[in-house]
Design a protein around this ligand. Sequence first.
Ligand code: ATP
Length: 465
Amino acid sequence: MPASSLDQLVSLCKRRGFIFPGSEIYGGLANTWDYGPLGVELKNRVKKEWWKTFVWKRPDMFGMDAAILMNPRVWEASGHVGNFADPLVDCKECKERFRGDKLLEEKLGVEAVSVLKLAQIGPMLKAEKIPCPACGKSNWTEAKQFNMMFKTHQGVIEGEGNDIYLRPETAQGIFVNFKNIVNTMRPRLPFGIAQIGKAFRNEITPGNFTFRTREFEQMEIEYFVEPGREAKLFDEWKESVWNWFTGLGIGKKSLRLSEHDKEELSHYSSRTVDIEYRFPWGFGELFGLANRGDFDLQQHQKFSGEDLTYTDPDDATKKFLPHVIEPSFGCDRSVLTFLLEAYTEEPLENGETRTVMKFDPRLAPVDVAILPLSKKEHLIAKAQELYKKVIQETDLVVDFDVTGSIGKRYRRQDEIGTPKCITVDFGTLGEDDKQGTKDTVTIRDRDSLQQERMTVGELIKTLRG
Ligand code: ATP
């Protein structure tokens, strides 16, 4: 059973070192979050699985890593300077600011709101008597467009001409390198370029833990295809992304596809399908797949003056701008989804409840914990010997824990989702036959709670898989 409330998860994340509130000792900075020792392992593993599936295991994919700061003309070409805005409304009573469309969406539904023009939002909030989520009164300003790009300035002189933006998406870093990659890698269509990196959006209403923040990481692919070949490849991408999430443990019942209506489509897209996850507050976007046509290459060709056409390697007279299918993942949102889905509370026979993070073993931040049964010095020394052997002979992340009773330590490992715990006891030392024969250890499985006794040699083989 996934977590039913966000509070349960937020508290576990803080208690166990997954995610901490940002700048906490200074009273925090609203809606910023820092990944702790376990959070960073989990996040790195999500990124690694993604890269493995979509870059290493596909002959048609290339990776790259572009700069966050880009020539400001990029954002004029992409449409972000003109279009990347949300409708902002102010509460005249308490001065809090909200997204007008989101306030209406909650009452009227997405479909009703997606067709609204900016000028209709203020009157509609009044007509529907939508209360302010902060103070409960209903006294709104007109809606105005609020551009979500973060501005900063480059160099030592502040002022006009030096203003640049923090990128609001990673995609444009790929488009501006399209020509470089075609020239250096000589790929045949269809092929894709993948990138993982930070993006920044000055969201009006961030919240729900790491679901919506102003600084976040994306995992994006731009997949270039011959015009007219999009339909089949679009469906293939939809399927492989769905399989990636479910293959790593997201239950099919927790996911759904959502096809955008014509009115909901962004200015660059002719078809968009989102994968949504059942978050504790309802379904929300986890991933978006869009058919961007040749919008981006067309725009960058126009604004940069560079020829971005692709030449068919079999027929040099065939030159065209490829069309683009864009699978776009939120990395932090994916991590949040894996955390929520893994969260499980299980009743035990003794009447207690154990909390266990049932991560897919490929994502678990710690692979194996080595636990000496007691604090006796020579037992700890034996367990440390095993610890060194495991880290030298495998590529696993290994935890070594001596504090607290063995029951408490198992519970701690369950709470961080460690798939295997190894107990070193007096049997291992050859001092107690009842616990086991010399040089054998107990290996405990996180999910089944089954315990198995095996020699150290067998253990290393098992851990290597
Ligand atoms: P939303 O409708 O939730 O604002 P979006 O449609 O603007 O999302 P895209 O521009 O398609 O999002 O970005 C691709 C992915 O990046 C999203 O599916 C989501 O997982 C992630 N993402 C977008 N905005 C944020 C944010 N503010 N915080 C965390 N992740 C985000």
